[in-house]
Design a protein around this ligand. Sequence first.
Ligand SMILES: [Zn+2]
Ligand SMILES: [Zn+2]
Length: 702
Amino acid sequence: EKYSCGKPDCTVGCDCDRYIEVWNNVFTQFEGDGKGNYTTLDQKNIDTGMGLERLATAVQDVESIFDVDTIRAIREHVSKISGKDYKVKHEWDVSIRIITDHIRSATFMISDGIIPSNEGRGYVLRRLIRRACRHAKLLGINEEFLIPLAGSVIKSSKVGYPELEDKKSMIFNVLKEEESKFNKTIDTGLQKLNELCEKIERNNKDTVRGKDAFMLYDTYGFPLELTIEIVEEKGYKVDVDGFNEAMEVQRETARQARKETNYMGADATVYEKLDTSLKSTFVGYELLDNESKITALTSETDVVYELNEGEVGTIVVEDTPFYATMGGQKGDMGTISTENGKFEVTEAIKLPGDKTGHVGKMVSGKIKVGDYAKLKVDEINRNSTAKNHSATHLLQKALKLILGDHVEQAGSYVDGNRLRFDFNHYQAMTPEEISKVENIVNEQIVRGLNVITSEMSMQEAKETGATALFGEKYGETVRVVAMGDFSIELCGGTHVSNTNIISSFKIISETGIASGVRRIEALTSTGLMDYYKDLENTLNEAAKEAKTTTNDLVAKIASMNEEIKAVESENEKLKAKMASDSLGDALSDVIEVSGVKLLAKKLENIDMNELRNLSDSLKEQMGEGVVVLVSSMPDKANMVVTATDGAIDKGAHAGNMIKELASLIGGGGGGRPNMAQAGGKNPAGADDVISKAKEVLNNQIK
Ligand SMILES: [Zn+2]
Ligand SMILES: [Zn+2]
């Protein structure tokens, strides 16, 4: 109570620090595999983040964590940058404390590998940064301030948290990018918000509609809290319920979209109707086929008792060798057959409550609940998937070696055809870096490292130095995959027994997919062979088309380019010759109009460019005068009029002449006194142009 600011509405969430955030809870409900698939996590977990300093003040009743040494240094830095001293004005203190707290949290979050985004922890981070930016504006800070302050955070905390210093450049990069992104959108957003407030005032209302607040959130990245803060300063309110409704509508849409992409066999809600006591045991690390009892079946829309030929559905059994899509590895394919029917599994997926769903289609006969079935995993697909997955581990280690320890997995996907690996890194890889990484991976393949998987406690795993994903929830015992002395990772996926089985590795592309996140796509083994076969086919076709061999293709293309250049210049010369030939003895057609020479001539099939060249050369031959050239083509006509300086002195004006003449060929045009051109759709009028040119020129001469 003693920390209350005294406002009558002072309550949880008030900007004063009567209530400070001691625990902050982030709910992570969905797990995404990076390609648009989300599965509900087995245990919906709550990350409880409880800052050490916050806990200390709460327990010891220190007046404010902002007086703790490490934090005071940052607070003082904020005061220095803004020129606003602490404990002078309540509003200033609020902003100073918010900036101090948020820049600290943001720095730590980024060092943990979190990148600003619009969901989950990434969104929490984005909100912290934006709120800090907003309060910096309130304090009158107009230059970039996040990086210097983050520097203070790192300096004051690096003794206890040495990783901050290691990740300094990444932290600065993320902050810099997010700050400039925010500055760009905030101006547009603020303008929108001002318009909204004006509208409220005009209509004698006092509340910003929920859907408008959501629009600001969705389009301009204004966190709801920020909108509320700004609006309250003007004495208005925000319809928070309406905002939540709009948010829920969008979530539902997203959920629907996920449903469509995730469950090919059935609507996700079907699986929730299954008996919750049913579990499946995975026996697929050791076995690729086994026999087991069918415990449940679903069609696309419902829980069913049997599936018949042609029907699409999902099978659940007691023990399965099928790996279910998880941790970025696509689930197994294969077949499930009983005495009476055969089912083709297109993908095994995780179902709620420790069940594996075998999604696919009945290819023949009928299968019933209670039947004993033979389950057979597609071995070729399993093996190619294993090669790609194992290669991903080698790749991750190679990236750390070449790019640095800041490289962390941000997502991955492997199936039987290819592998994809997303990681934190701040610029595009150079061709040299890519080639070094490829070489390292291929060296480890050639070394023939044994791949050993073992189960151990999390503590034991940590002692081995295994790479684990930050924030990932692991159970009591974890599975550790070691490849010789080169790589050791926590991983539940299926792997090759020795790296030489991978046989070959090649990076096909390296691109940026979000700020600070790069994506590598790569191939191994037969997938890579197929890729090269395709390339070879294309090359062969190209060689055939160029009437040469693949070996001589490059030289052939170079000589073809030379040839094309020669032919083109030859063509230009011929066109010029044809044009001048078609003129014949043009100069004999020159007539005199009130003392000005006029050459008006009709030609066939000469394009505008050539027409201009011709009229230039005729003008030269004539000395002084006016040239009118009109060229008729099958469905159009072009016209050029030029006048020399001498003719212009006497009153001739090419632009005005063409204005009068162009209508005869069904067009319009104009231009300068010395040069004008026009085009039209009526070639039949070309003769009229010639006969009228004399009259038009005559009228111009003074
Ligand atoms: Zn208060
Ligand atoms: Zn793995």
